[in-house]
Write a protein that binds this ligand. Structure first.
Ligand code: FBP
Length: 552
């Protein structure tokens, strides 16, 4: 891509580091806490992670240095979906390595974890890194969703690492990629290979968080980008006063993005998947709730509105969840036979014989394009790809149907003109906000410090994020402490626990307190575009979710 004016201006931005990592490398000290355990299933995890389980938390402080100054050769991998700030993780890692020893080198493995397996790499130099500082996207080295899973893949990863005499591999990814990092660290230890593996917490979905990871990087920028777009739509809606906007927002399972966007913009309605599941809300119930807001606003002469829909909600509505899970099983068990069916009618006939009665009834009642989307290819875990299901259209069509009936009965007299939107890819590669630029650079620098401290199986963390960057704390948490066992494709596997929206948490409570008022009145807020230059209260503002979660 060619550089825009903003991109050129952003090259000059110097990301901030926590005070404990700034200055001379010889002045960074590592301190260790007590041994750690796991999220649950401790005994099973101890058996899987024989060499790496139970390590202590590592924290960096200013003090007599304990980092090695020897030249290091490190490989970095970007894994999974794009998230703003990935390039700054690499820049922070690169600068840390060079500051530690100018002879250190950084290899970027291309196209995600498969780059390490296939030994596809590029050596990163000043010119390349400088071209990507403070920019969005993952185009510096590319990303991928492949996993290092089989013994042959682990062996190939080790071979590549040995070929380049790597001291460490840094995996930048979400919960699954960091789980993979933990397994790779254990594998290297088991083979007696002195190669560290360090993770960095990435995902716009915001669901990789816990006591040590206060937020995953990219969430801040992505959700601010969506909030800008939603705010603009709200301005338009309250000017034209003629459309109901149904806006689907990315977030594979968790509704953190939708919740934060709601806190920033005050829509008329926002579905929260975790609540839908908790209250076992049926599709019908959801449609009734939306219709009630439409009718009440119409009574006030407001035939317009904004509804936010987390993309994963279809998998949380009980009857949809059952249908999708039956479809997943059928497609896994009869994959070839199913793929061989040429027409949608033939697939329908096949499903009529294999789905439960309730599920086939639901499948047939849905608009045909949605039913077709439910049959699209599954992801690598055998799951439906929710970003490809037009849930906003499904809800629009069901709301339209219900309002039509109400009109006939004389209980609704308004005019309903709906429009559907999907915001996902628009936010994943935006220029990182100042927060993400600083946070990611610090995460990358911290990853270097963990490597130089000789640690493996750790995730780089930066905490105390609502304080200014200078007061941020930096360190490493053992990946195994975030793990538990989960059923994946029928087998019990160690994975990092995903953080869904906590219905008892402060962000949800703040939303629940206001939503009845927002539904009927018009209390929209337009947060505007992310600002990179200007007053700190505009440019350095963190997400509301982070502020509320960090409140004492
Ligand atoms: P990660 O979990 O890899 O960060 O990706 C998240 C995400 O952006 C989801 O929000 C979305 O459902 C999915 O990726 C889309 O995947 P793809 O990039 O393969 O279309």
């Amino acid at each position: 891509m060619e550089a825009s004016y903003l991109q050129r201006a952003r090259y000059a931005y110097a990301p901030k580091l926590p005070a404990c990592l700034a200055g001379e490398i010889s002045n960074i000290k590592v301190e260790f806490g007590e041994p750690t355990s796991s999220a649950s299933d401790t005994e099973s995890l101890k058996a899987v992670f024989k060499h790496s389980f139970g390590k202590p938390i590592a924290s960096f402080r200013k003090g007599e240095g304990s980092l090695s100054a020897r030249a290091l050769s490190v490989g970095v991998i970007l894994s999974g979906g794009q998230a703003p700030g990935g390039h700054n993780v690499i820049a922070g890692l690169y600068d840390g390595l060079k500051r530690g020893n100018p002879r250190s080198t950084l290899l970027g493995f291309l196209g995600g974890p498969s780059g390490l397996i296939d030994n596809a790499y590029v050596e990163l130099d000043d010119e390349t890194v400088d071209r990507y500082r403070n920019t969005g996207g993952f185009d510096m080295i590319g990303s991928g969703r492949d996993k290092i899973e089989s013994q042959a893949q682990f062996a190939a990863a080790l071979e590549s690492a040995k070929l380049h005499r790597l001291s460490a591999v840094v995996v930048v990814g979400g919960d699954d990629s960091n789980t993979n990092a933990a397994l790779l660290a254990e594998y290297f230890l088991d083979k007696g290979a002195p190669i560290s593996v360090i993770g960095c917490p990435k995902t716009i979905d915001g669901d990789l968080k816990n006591e040590y990871i206060e937020t995953s990087f990219g969430f801040d920028t992505a959700v601010k980008t969506y909030s800008e777009l939603i705010g603009n739509i709200m301005n338009d809606a309250s000017s034209a006063k003629k459309y109901w906007h149904f806006i689907k927002l990315m977030g594979r399972s968790a509704s953190h993005i939708a919740l934060e966007a709601a806190l920033q913009t005050h829509p008329n309605l926002c579905l929260i998947s975790e609540e839908v599941e908790d209250r076992q809300l049926s599709l019908n119930h959801i449609i009734e709730e939306i219709c009630e807001a439409v009718v009440r606003r119409a009574q006030n002469g407001q035939d317009f509105g904004v509804v936010l829909i987390p993309e994963g909600v279809v998998e949380f509505v009980p009857e949809m969840k059952k249908l999708i899970s039956e479809l997943n099983d059928i497609m896994a068990a009869h994959g070839e036979e199913f793929e061989g069916l040429r027409s949608f009618d033939a697939q329908g006939a096949f499903l009529e014989r294999t789905l439960s009665r309730a599920s086939i009834a639901l499948f047939e009642a849905m608009p045909e394009e949605i039913s077709k989307q439910l049959l699209l290819d599954r992801d690598a875990h055998g799951n439906v790809q929710v970003s490809r299901i037009e849930t906003e259209k499904l809800l629009i069509s069901l709301v339209e149907k219900k309002l039509g009936k109400m009109k006939a009965q004389g209980t609704y007299r308004g005019k309903f003109s709906p429009l559907g939107h999907f915001f996902g890819y628009e936010g994943r590669s935006a220029f990182p906000s100042n927060f993400d630029a600083d946070y990611c650079y610090s995460l990358g620098f911290c990853a270097f410090a963990l490597i130089a401290a000789g640690l493996t199986g750790y995730v780089s963390f930066i905490r105390n994020l609502t304080a200014g960057a200078g007061a941020w704390q930096a360190g490493g948490a053992p990946l195994t402490m975030m793990m538990h066992l989960e059923k994946r494709q029928g087998k019990s596997k160690p994975v990092i626990r995903k953080a869904l929206v906590d219905l008892k948490g402060k962000p949800f409570a703040a939303f629940a307190k206001e939503r009845a008022r927002w539904a009927v009145g018009t209390h929209y807020v337009n947060p505007g575009a992310i600002q990179y230059f200007g007053p700190p209260e505009v440019c350095e503002r963190t997400t509301i979710t982070l502020q509320l979660e960090r409140e004492p």
